[in-house]
Design a protein. Structure first.
Length: 577
């Protein structure tokens, strides 16, 4: 039998069957290998050149205000080089031009790719401030180094943040710093007067108005002074002044789009019949400007005109109607109207790019409201997955969940944020607040431990760990040690003193605990949270009358369940009065 697996000398070679010359084939193969090796070596260089070329193109498109082409070129670069700084910056700039909420995300990415640069942190903070993302702005400013915090620009941004958070005292402090750095700049005087318009002191308010009125005739600062006065009028009920000031704003040649919003706010507050006509004229003027159109849509959604927003959708050209962030405004209109079917249909098959997590969250909301629980949970999980690699998007998502009162989802997101991203102290502080309100001492203890690990030098963090450990009788040696060390550092802090005294009580050293607390001034002993612990120790030390007095003061405050049990036990131990 013939073995077909045995080669035969008389059989033609495969090259002969194919008509290939073996010598030429060998040379061709060698050439091919050289080309492949050369290509392999040159490919990285080509990709670098391609990324640079694409970034330059994106910049050129941006300078020509061809923002769609700029974004397209930048996206192509980022697909091959996700860490390309120039392309990322173009994405941030174009998003800012469009007033797109994603600008906050892109600014954060620029700061991440080029850390330590003051201008990046300030751009991130100022973009966040424009979108009222106060926590993000705070996060950006926290990254500025000591030298940067001495700059005019930092203190201006910090003052704006303080105003946004209604901390006018802090705003004035930052603006005073700016005035010291630029003593001849009249803008600083104007900004300080603008903040003082909201001071509780009527005399300061009167002085601020006088200052702003004196600057109204200034050719450069007049518009700024008028804006401050108009904004102040919007906080009151003098509708005639409100309408006069905003009308004057619009009549000025240096008026800007934001002045139109002030006019709309004045017309809305005064319930003017001119509102809808004025709004129509503003919408017509903004029809081809995505940034202005989106701002007006958001204004309508929040001023009882969400129905009109949806009517507007049918009149816009397709490219404008579909260009982000416009769809976000339309989705918000459905949500405002509680049109859950409409919202579900609108966001179901879209792509919101960097804001895709928001689209999925809105879809989850719509499905939950429609009773589709399982589908809603699936969409929510997809939203979390989209957001979880970025602390900025996670922060946006958790605030959205909180605004919907989705407490369980918000809590889970805060833990996700705290666990995935370093230095996310704000997530732990949010969880601390959640568990304090819920009276969940065990989870509060868990959070306190993480806060203490985050900053072991903090007296507040150390005190919380000590106090909660003592209440739960957990790791008592460490709790006693922390309480003592804290007391030695801050013997005048009433909360710290009460924790140390409670530590002595747990060790059956009530006389020492009473002595420690008795050294505090009476006004501090009357603080309900301090009075409670003083009353507990006095009851244990058999000082019934004094114990009754301070336990009575404790009735004004809210306590954790374990604390309330100790207070009740102390009251029950007292003899009848």
């Amino acid at each position: 039998m013939r073995n077909w697996f045995q080669s035969r000398s008389d059989a033609p070679h495969w090259t002969q069957l194919l008509g290939i010359n073996p010598r030429k084939a060998g040379i061709g193969l060698a050439v091919l290998l050289v080309l492949l090796a050369t290509g392999y070596l040159l490919l990285p260089r080509y990709r670098i050149w391609q990324a640079r070329h694409g970034a330059v193109q994106a910049q050129q498109f941006f300078q020509k205000k061809d923002y769609s082409s700029a974004v397209l070129s930048a996206r192509q670069v980022l697909q091959s080089d996700g860490k390309n700084l120039a392309a990322t910056r173009i994405m941030a700039e174009t998003a800012d031009v469009k007033n797109h909420p994603a600008a906050v995300i892109w600014r954060a990415r620029v700061a991440e790719l080029e850390p330590g640069r003051l201008t990046n942190y300030l751009a991130w903070a100022n973009t966040a401030l424009r979108h009222s993302e106060w926590q993000v702005a705070e996060q950006a400013l926290a990254k500025v180094d000591v030298a940067g915090k001495g700059s005019v620009e930092f203190n201006q941004a910090a003052a704006t943040l303080a105003v946004g958070e209604r901390n006018y005292h802090a705003a004035e402090t930052f603006l005073n710093k700016v005035a010291q750095l630029e003593p001849t700049n009249l803008v600083n005087r104007l900004n300080l007067a603008s903040v003082r318009l909201q001071a509780p002191n009527p005399k300061l308010v009167s002085q601020a108005i006088t200052t702003l009125e004196s600057l109204r005739s200034d050719p450069k600062l007049g518009i700024l002074a008028l804006r401050a006065l108009a904004a102040d009028s919007l906080r009151g009920t003098n509708f005639a002044r409100m309408l006069d000031l905003t009308a004057e704003l619009l009549a000025r040649p240096d008026s800007q789009f934001t002045d139109r919003l002030a006019r709309l706010n004045a017309l809305f507050a005064s319930q003017s019949t001119q509102l809808d006509e004025t709004l129509s004229s503003f919408l017509t003027a903004a029809r081809s400007n995505v940034s202005q159109l989106f701002t007006l849509i958001i204004w309508m959604d929040s001023h009882n005109r969400a129905t009109r927003t949806l009517q507007l959708a049918s009149t816009l050209p397709g490219p404008v109607r579909l260009e982000l962030p416009i769809p976000i405004g339309f989705a918000e209109a459905f949500e405002t109207l509680h049109d859950w079917t409409g919202l579900q249909n609108y966001v179901a098959n879209a792509n919101w790019q960097e804001m895709e997590f928001l689209r999925l969250a809105l879809l989850a909301r719509a499905k939950r409201e429609l009773g589709l629980g399982l589908e809603s949970r699936n969409e929510w999980r997809r939203a979390v997955i989209r957001a979880q690699n970025n602390p900025v998007t996670m922060g946006m998502l958790v605030r959205l969940a909180s605004s919907w009162q989705w407490s369980a989802e918000a809590e889970e997101l805060w833990w996700n944020l705290a666990g995935r991203h370093v230095n996310e102290q704000r997530a732990l502080l949010a969880l601390f607040e959640i568990y304090t309100k819920a009276g969940d001492t065990a989870r509060l203890h868990d959070v306190s431990l993480q806060l203490y690990r985050f900053d072991p030098r903090s007296d507040v963090a150390a005190n919380n760990v000590a106090a909660l450990s003592l209440l739960l009788r957990l790791d008592l040696p460490r709790a006693h040690k922390l309480a003592l060390e804290n007391y030695q550092r801050s013997p005048g802090n009433a909360i710290v003193v009460s924790t140390y005294a409670f530590s002595l009580h747990v060790q059956d050293r009530d006389a020492e605990g009473v002595k420690v607390m008795s050294a505090l001034p009476e006004e501090q002993l009357r603080i309900p949270q301090v009075a409670a612990y003083y009353g507990i120790l006095l009851a244990a030390h058999k000082e019934a009358e004094k114990a009754r007095k301070y336990l009575g003061l404790a009735a004004r405050a809210h306590f954790l369940p374990e604390e309330q049990a100790l207070i009740n036990q102390a009251r029950e131990s007292l003899p009848p009065s």
